[in-house]
Design a protein around this ligand. Structure first.
Ligand SMILES: Cc1cc2nc3c(=O)[nH]c(=O)nc-3n(C[C@H](O)[C@H](O)[C@H](O)COP(=O)(O)OP(=O)(O)OC[C@H]3O[C@@H](n4cnc5c(N)ncnc54)[C@H](O)[C@@H]3O)c2cc1C
Length: 541
């Protein structure tokens, strides 16, 4: 088994992805790179993992954990601890590339049953040991780090079963460690879909989706994860809380919502009941459009969302730079279609690409598509057919694999997302763009990919040369200015990545003292010894 730092930080199936010609051209153009620069191996991370610190949990206590979970499920070798020290925040990747792991967990435990989780939590309370539940470790907000060491509780090894599909109620009950593809395949085989497809789908879990309050690519139709969860079972240090899968209740406030977004700070989610929908891909309708500019395209999006005829499921709009980048990479520039679009007034540097897919009953999908086409036409959108959307869907998870080879050649690349109301969307987009572009030689792309009647998310991707030798400070300063720009211009701190520790410093400014006091009081009640994912997650003590 490979035991390098590289094998830990590489995304997904760990493949060594090659940069496409179009991306190489872009980097050369933007950053004055030469062919030589593409032979670099910046912070390649090929060294063998070796931790400075031994586990600090004494042998006698380790033995007790082994009695609970079995020796094969309690690990403290360097590689197991190192591979649970970080998620996929850009800074995490830098640390791993440098081989610097200051606070790895002391133990990685993979419980087999809920009973074992209860016993582990009890022992952690007695011995004051921190514990962090983890799924796919794909957090991009420093949600899985272990600043106090302790236990990284891996839920993927055993607690990954699909417990029950109820086709009468249209629900699935699933354990937290189930990965996206396993859940979706099981549901598809039963004629259903979960409808939750984050870009990290292949390597993230149901527990992580709920705990970090995520959104999938089809969220405009299916909703964010909080709209899918009907019931939860959570083991907290104070005891077990189990909600029931009623379609709706008025039993005081909604307990599910206390745990959705709690990021492991309150307890361990051990089962989730989700709504499911009929899987009928043969009915799907697709459409793509090119708009003359971002403003007319966003107005069209708003009109579609507020028209009252139903929503698309996938609904994406790339701004002009992201559109131009996609066209360049895919070799569209100077093609017959490109020349035709230019002739019609859809100019590069201004035009924007929109993708739509609609799922459900056949007549419904056709009706919604027809209505969307009508509004788009009225807003100056040029209908560019179904094919671009279908092509995009085929590679919907692929761009996640580009970050590693870009970092290998010294390119800093990261994404940040926010949500905003319609009346502030263009302002926020402009201000955040201006901030990002104020850094020399920075390529900034943005899109909207989750859309609501009242507003949408904005998702920014940036590429910029690393400041070599000072990569971390440089990134953290830039990132901090970026979050300030979002916060000061009325965007939410996060739309679907969660808060973790990366965005925690802004929480009190965003929520206010009283609201933070409430969150802390809930934590103090359920986790009186402060052992659950401690160390500033969500800005909590
Ligand atoms: C390339 C890439 C693309 C991404 N795209 C998206 C996207 O499109 N949409 C999106 O929403 N997110 C996205 N993310 C972020 C990330 O994948 C999500 O936050 C995801 O929901 C995390 O799931 P996970 O299983 O990896 O959880 P982890 O990263 O292991 O954990 C995330 C948080 O949840 C807590 N947690 C995990 N399991 C449990 C449990 N059973 N009980 C209690 N707490 C728990 C952890 O303590 C941690 O705080 C992306 C990340 C990457 C790297």
């Amino acid at each position: 088994m490979e035991t390098t730092y590289r094998s830990i930080f590489k995304w997904g199936d760990k493949r060594e992805e090659k940069l496409e010609k179009g991306i190489i051209e872009l980097v050369k153009e933007q950053f004055n790179y030469t062919d030589e620069d593409f032979k670099k191996k910046v912070l390649y991370g090929n060294q063998q993992v070796k931790l400075d610190k031994m586990t600090s949990i004494p042998e006698s206590t380790r033995r007790k954990f082994i009695e609970i979970a079995g020796s094969e499920n309690v690990r403290w070798d360097d590689y197991s601890r190192a591979s649970h020290a970080f998620g996929k925040f850009y800074g995490d990747l830098l640390y791993l590339r440098k081989g610097e792991i200051a606070t790895p967990p002391d133990l990685v435990i993979s419980p087999r049953t809920e009973k074992e989780i209860e016993q582990i939590l009890l022992l952690c309370q007695q011995e004051n040991i921190a514990i962090t539940p983890v799924g796919g470790l794909s957090s991009v907000t420093r949600g899985v780090e272990t600043p106090r060491g302790g236990i990284s509780l891996d839920l993927t090894k055993h607690l990954n079963k699909i417990l029950k599909v109820n086709t009468v109620n249209s629900t699935v009950r699933v354990e937290p460690g189930a990965y996206g593809p396993a859940l979706e395949k099981h549901l598809n085989d039963c004629g259903y879909t979960c409808g939750h497809f984050p870009q990290s789908f292949e390597y993230s879990t149901v527990g992580g989706w709920v705990a970090a309050r995520g959104a999938g690519q089809a969220s405009t139709g299916y909703g964010k994860i909080e709209e899918m969860v009907l019931a939860l079972r959570v083991i907290t240090p104070a005891g077990i809380i189990e909600t029931k899968d009623f379609p709706a209740t008025a039993e005081a406030w909604d307990l599910n919502k206390i745990f959705i977004g709690s990021e492991g700070t309150l307890g361990v989610i051990t089962s989730v009941t989700l709504k499911i929908r009929k899987y009928r891909p043969e009915n799907d309708a697709f459409a793509s459009f090119v708009f003359k500019d971002f403003k007319s395209a966003t107005q069209c999006m708003r009109e579609i969302m507020q028209a009252g005829f139903g929503f698309p499921h996938l609904f994406r709009l790339s701004d002009s730079v992201e559109t131009a980048t996609a066209f360049k990479i895919k070799g569209f520039d100077n093609s017959f279609s490109d020349r035709f679009l230019k002739m019609k007034g859809y100019r590069p540097g201004e035009r924007c690409l929109m993708f739509v897919s609609i799922e459900g009953d056949k007549e419904y999908t056709h009706l919604v598509k027809k209505k969307i086409k009508k509004i788009a036409r009225k807003s100056g959108g040029f209908y560019s057919g179904e094919k671009p959307v279908k092509e995009w869907l085929k590679q919907r998870y692929e761009s996640a694999y580009l970050r590693d080879p870009l970092m290998d050649v010294g390119v800093m690349t990261d994404t940040v997302e926010t949500s905003v109301n319609w009346d502030n969307l263009l302002n926020l987009w402009t201000q955040v763009r201006n901030y990002l572009e104020s850094r020399e030689k920075t390529h900034v792309m943005a899109h909207i990919s989750h859309v609501y009647e009242n507003g949408a998310n904005l998702y920014f991707t940036f590429l910029s040369p690393m400041k070599q030798g000072d990569e971390m400070e440089d990134y953290l300063n830039y990132h901090s200015g970026l979050i300030d720009a979002i916060h000061n211009n009325g965007g939410s701190l996060s739309h679907h990545h969660g808060i973790g520790r990366a965005l925690a410093p802004w929480m009190e400014k965003e929520m206010g003292k009283t609201a933070m006091g409430l969150l802390q009081a809930i934590k103090d009640n359920l986790d009186p010894k402060g052992i659950m994912n401690p160390g500033n997650t969500l800005g909590l003590k």
